[in-house]
Design a protein around this ligand. Structure first.
Ligand code: FEO
Length: 166
């Protein structure tokens, strides 16, 4: 059974993952309309992954005798300045998600909820992967700079890059 405090923390995390999915979906759709089909495929997949992260939490809360709350979501941004800005925002967003996950882990330790603490370790590992991937992409974009040919190849490469390694 999850305590009310842990239930609340997990429900907040459900919202964080849902918002991530929504945010990346907006990025994917914009990239799609700008001719960046590889980037958009990558971001659509990333959005799907975030939805899976949300679902995993929903199932866990309900299985542990809590009640998962399905959050309302804000409208996603209609446009982004550039591909570089998208990945900068994605990286910063993932860093904030990591902080949120650490807050849940912290709450588990305070409440002595070792079962949920154990469950959350999957998210801790996932964040290491996601931050590393976002950093690698940003490094590539920094190398490419304003080179159109480089950006073309980058877009092509992203079509086959998988956001989730688990
Ligand atoms: Fe589910 Fe990218 O954090």
């Amino acid at each position: 059974m999850v305590s009310p405090k842990i239930e609340k923390a997990l429900n907040k995390q459900i919202e964080v993952e849902a918002k991530s999915s929504q945010f990346y979906l907006a990025m994917a759709s914009w990239a799609d309309t700008q001719g960046f089909h590889g980037v958009s495929q990558f971001l659509y997949r990333h959005s799907d992954e975030e939805r899976q992260h949300m679902l995993k939490l929903i199932h866990y809360v309900n299985e542990r005798g809590g009640k998962a709350e399905i959050p309302a979501l804000p409208k996603g941004p209609a446009k982004f300045e550039s591909i570089q800005i998208i990945f900068k925002e994605l990286f910063e967003h993932e860093q904030r998600v990591t902080q949120e996950i650490n807050t849940v882990v912290d709450a588990c330790l305070k409440e002595k909820d070792y079962t949920t603490h154990n469950f959350m370790q999957w998210y801790v590992s996932e964040q290491i992967e996601e931050e590393a991937l976002a950093r690698t992409i940003l490094d590539k974009l920094a190398l490419i700079g304003n080179d159109k040919g480089g950006l073309y190849l980058f877009d092509r490469d992203l079509a086959s890059l998988t956001p989730d390694h688990s």
